[in-house]
Write a new protein. Structure first.
Length: 571
């Protein structure tokens, strides 16, 4: 492909809202253009990469035994009502306005309902199971704040796969195959990824994994141990209980006047104590019943974990009216001392606190010198907080926190959807059973951006070989020299004949300008053909991101490049 025949409008300007490198570089390298908030056009160069990623994903899905189909982005809301996810999706779901001739239609944020509807229509016997269906389709999600370029958009490409299994053992096998396929996909895309334990589904155990790319551009956090034996999403992370501090003499319980001071920061500032010396008292309603949760002042409550501990479906902070009724005080002065007739769950870290500070259940007052066992009892201890730096893994190794991007998710769903939608089959004994399901998603655009996040420098992108828009770029200097253009064209044609993607920069421009663009768009292998080199009998070969330039005879370059690509794919 010749540059002059190809739309590659590299831009000098960086968009003002580009806060992450991949966003900035994708715009500047002419890979994409924002059309609306959270919706991007992929320009020819960018679309080549997206298509390469798509091809890798499709190959690995097929290899893992997936069967491809295509489901509509337009879906009836009625299917979502069957699983009650119309409510759970809330504002994220893009709903089309009703018209006289069409009502209750949404644009799919995902396809569990549609695929389950298809399977219940066609699958009725164990003989048809297991099956894994997949598609590569545009998803729509009205993300509140689409940002970071294509890392989070309102319209994006997802590969979503769904396994339908007769029993749990079969699900485990389908899950294992998908997990392995995901690892292969990221490896082939050149992405440094970490598979982490994620929020588990109804089946429990290791029922869900997220695939993360560690980068500052990420919005998620993972925790892991240095030796890599443990890695988890921060929401899911297990950690060692905190030890009790060395015995300190118990202070007297004292009531102190803290007028208008109701936050941890206000009170710790006023009383000159550390947030870690305070007990945070949070009052929730879980499925309608009041529950009080206690965490240390410097810790954050992990609501999903509290919800799971309680076995509740719905969990929300109580209203001020309920809080006042439970504590007898204004909001901000709750504490565990003197609470009656209410379920209290204390985080493990609270159970080892000494001489704590907490609300007095009396407006404008706090208590100091609060001690478990003497001033209040803990009937129920659980892990209900997020891990923080300083926490240790169960093995005792320190936990490391890293910012990351989720690029994929595999999940054992169990019978959640088949129960709700009555997707049943007859087993060997003629007994009707719900199909057991798994779901597996990968964001294709996110892979592209994550690859750039993990591989770029100040000058531009450094593409991994398999997903680069082109594998080789030939920079022809002195384009008005016949010999230069003839050699460049020859190398170009020879590479193309071997199925190697090659871009020939044939623009009549200064070398410095062309090299700058070459660095920006980041094609991994660069061949420079110039008059001076040809007079010496050489062209130059350089790898993007490496410093050394190799001089090589024009008739040896093609073979050499083939060797480099071969080696890359063997590793
Ligand atoms: P997130 O927590 O980042 O919103 P999610 O948990 O909603 O992701 P899934 O529903 O599991 O994501 O979707 C599967 C994959 O689709 C994700 O791993 C991610 O790669 C991609 N994805 C999800 N939301 C977006 C988005 N708004 N823009 C681009 N890709 C997305
Ligand atoms: Mg999301």
């Amino acid at each position: 492909m010749k540059w002059t025949r190809y739309l590659i409008p590299t831009a000098k300007e960086t968009p003002a809202d580009a806060v992450v490198p991949s966003h900035r570089l994708m715009i500047r390298a002419g890979l994409m253009r924002q059309i609306a908030a959270g919706a991007y056009a992929y320009l020819p160069l960018g679309y080549r990469t997206l298509q390469k990623i798509e091809a890798i994903v499709r190959e690995e899905m097929d290899r893992a035994g997936g069967v491809e189909l295509h489901m509509p982005a337009m879906q009836p809301l009625d299917l979502w009502k069957e699983t009650k996810r119309d409510e759970a999706m809330g504002d994220t779901m893009v709903r089309l306005a009703d018209k006289p001739f069409r009502r209750n239609t949404v644009l799919g944020p995902t396809h569990e309902e549609v695929v389950t509807d298809i399977v219940r229509a066609y699958v009725n016997s164990y003989k048809q199971l297991p099956i894994t269906l997949y598609q590569i389709q545009t998803k729509f999600r009205d993300e509140e704040r689409p940002k970071s370029g294509v890392l989070r958009t309102r319209e994006f490409l997802m590969k979503d796969a769904y396994s339908f299994n007769p029993d749990k053992a079969s699900l485990d096998e389908s899950y294992r195959r998908m997990y392995q396929a995901y690892c292969r996909i990221y490896e082939r895309c050149g992405l440094p990824y970490v598979a982490v334990e994620a929020e588990s589904g109804p089946i429990g155990g290791d029922a869900s994994h997220e695939f993360m790319v560690v980068t500052d551009a990420g919005e998620d956090y993972l925790v892991r141990t240095e030796d890599g034996t443990y890695a988890a999403n921060v929401e899911r992370a297990e950690f060692a209980p905190l030890p009790a501090p060395a015995d300190a003499p118990a202070q007297d319980l004292k009531e102190v006047h803290t007028p208008g001071l109701s936050t941890i920061d206000d009170v710790s500032g006023f009383l000159k104590c550390a947030p870690a010396d305070m007990i945070k008292t949070l009052i929730y309603e879980a499925d309608g019943a009041v529950v009080v949760a206690l965490v240390r002042g410097d810790h954050e409550i992990n609501e999903p974990r509290l919800r799971r501990h309680l076995g509740a479906n719905a969990l929300a902070l109580a209203t001020p009216a309920v809080i006042e009724k439970v504590t007898g005080a204004a909001v901000g002065f709750a504490g565990p001392v003197g609470l009656k007739d209410v379920r209290v769950v204390a985080d493990q870290a609270v159970s080892v606190m000494r001489n704590a500070v907490t609300g007095a259940n009396k407006t404008d007052y706090h208590l100091t010198g609060v001690n478990v066992g003497r001033d209040f009892n803990i009937a129920e201890t659980a892990d209900i907080r997020y891990a923080v730096p300083g926490d240790k893994a169960a093995s005792g190794a320190p936990l490391i926190f890293e910012k990351c991007i989720e690029v994929g998710h595999v999940f054992k769903l169990g019978s959640k959807y088949s129960d709700a939608m009555k997707a049943h089959f007859l087993d060997e004994n003629g007994k009707s059973k719900p199909v057991i399901m798994g779901c597996y998603g990968i964001g294709l655009n996110r892979i592209m951006a994550a690859a750039i996040e993990s591989s770029h420098d100040d000058a531009g992108i450094i593409w991994p070989i398999n997903i680069a828009p082109f594998t080789v770029e030939i920079v022809a200097l002195d384009v008005r020299e016949e010999k230069v253009m003839a050699t460049a064209q020859q190398i170009h044609d020879a590479l193309e004949a071997r199925g190697i993607d090659v871009l020939l920069d044939d623009r009549d421009a200064r070398p410095g300008f062309k090299f700058k663009d070459a660095d920006l768009i980041g094609i991994p292998l660069r061949v420079t053909v110039g008059k001076r080199g040809l007079d010496e009998g050489i062209v130059e070969f350089k790898r993007r991101g490496a410093d050394d330039v190799q001089k090589i005879a024009p008739d040896k370059i093609v073979e050499m490049i083939e060797g480099v690509i071969d080696r890359e794919n063997r590793n």
